[in-house]
Design a protein around this ligand. Structure first.
Ligand SMILES: NC(=O)c1ccc[n+]([C@@H]2O[C@H](COP(=O)([O-])OP(=O)(O)OC[C@H]3O[C@@H](n4cnc5c(N)ncnc54)[C@H](O)[C@@H]3O)[C@@H](O)[C@H]2O)c1
Length: 337
């Protein structure tokens, strides 16, 4: 059995970066060796310890110079906007978790490899042809590529659900609505926004805001026959975490709600036990904060209409649930030789 601890470096210590750190610190198979972000080391330590959504971490966390102490553990801190300037070889980094949202192509991440990291896992869909893995769906086909994407939170939720539906009922097309918590790429109050997306100028806490989503393309990577046959919208709602997926699927034939839910229950108990769950309990988004699954299928809300329309409802903590998959995939990558 491989006893090697996987040496992880986090680039971008925001919501996803810190969620992955929380998970890694609890797992003995990992060692957190470095963190890079552009804000102060003192704030990095504070925001790791305290979080408005998740419990305070039970460690003593403090900085001394450019070292973060987590109880006895030492983590090297950086404040570099240019990845060329970090010597990751000296830290013997096995995997960089690229959680900055800024480096979304193979080329943009190459400096991290040139500077000594063995591999990079990007916490977002790539904007080039970077290989993409979703833990629990295709992670077993990882071939040792140096720079790979973990796809999006939405694709991690939707793809395994659609795998089940396509296997038994055949998907012809889909419309996906995500009632998604706001993220730090929106404004707290109405204000100008650095992106070209005018919708992001509006207050995230006061509005439901429909945004263009890349989920259709990210999902289609796993269903080539559905390319151009899916549409997705991310409807940002005024809550800080958890997403409700409302998925409408056109099937190859006519099936009942019972037939569909039977297959969901069967597959969630077997093939997808690590990443999917089911619920029959009425609940709201806050029931799913810190839920570790990629998606929890809300069985009472499975519905069929007309000849061949299926509606599926599912929950996900888009931060923590997604970060769990980033860490699962980092383990596959880090142990690959
Ligand atoms: N928040 C979610 O629900 C979610 C879910 C899945 C994937 N993602 C993806 O994960 C990425 C990060 O999202 P987030 O929500 O954590 O954002 P965030 O804004 O909370 O965190 C991003 C962090 O990266 C830092 N950063 C920016 N430029 C940097 C640079 N050049 N070098 C180092 N650090 C830099 C920022 O200071 C910030 O702290 C995005 O690509 C996002 O699409 C987010």
């Amino acid at each position: 059995m491989n006893k090697k601890r996987i040496r992880v470096f986090i680039n971008g210590f925001g919501r996803i970066g810190r969620s992955t750190a929380r998970i890694i610190l609890k797992e003995s198979s990992f060692e957190l060796v470095g963190i890079n972000d552009l804000y102060s080391y003192e704030q990095m330590a504070y925001l790791l310890k305290y979080d408005s959504l998740y419990p305070a971490l039970p460690y003593s966390i403090k900085t001394e110079g450019d070292v973060l102490f987590i109880d006895e553990r030492k983590v090297q801190l950086f404040s570099e906007s240019n990845p060329e300037k970090m010597d990751l070889g000296a830290l013997d980094v096995d995997v960089v978790l690229q959680c900055s949202g800024m480096f979304l192509t193979v080329e943009a991440n190459l400096p991290l490899i040139r500077n000594g990291a063995k591999r990079v896992l990007v916490s977002a869909p790539a904007s080039d042809s970077m290989p993409t893995y979703i833990y629990g769906v295709n992670h077993e086909t990882f071939e040792g590529e140096y720079i790979v994407s973990n796809s999006s939170c939405s694709a991690n939720a939707i793809v395994p659900i659609f795998k089940i539906v396509d296997k038994y009922f055949g998907i012809q097309g889909a419309i996906m609505n995500m009632y998604h918590s706001y993220t730090s790429y929106q404004n707290l109050l109405d204000n100008s926004h650095y992106s070209m997306d005018i919708r992001r100028t509006r207050s995230a806490t006061q509005n439901t805001i429909p945004l263009i989503s890349s989920a259709a393309e990210a999902t289609a990577c796993f269903f080539p026959h559905l390319k151009g046959r899916m549409s997705a919208k991310s409807i940002r709602v005024p809550i800080p975490a958890a997403t409700l997926y409302d998925l409408t699927v056109k099937l190859n034939g006519r099936y009942t709600k019972e037939e569909v839910n039977f297959r969901f229950e069967e597959e969630v108990r077997s093939i997808y036990a690590d990443i999917l769950d089911i619920t029959n309990t009425p609940g709201g988004a806050d029931n799913y904060i810190q839920n570790p699954y990629s998606a929890v299928i809300n069985l009472p809300f499975t519905d069929v209409a007309g000849e061949n329309l299926l509606r599926i409802s599912a929950w996900q903590d888009n931060e923590y649930g997604y970060a769990k998959r980033v860490v699962d995939m980092a383990k596959i990558i880090g142990l690959f030789s």
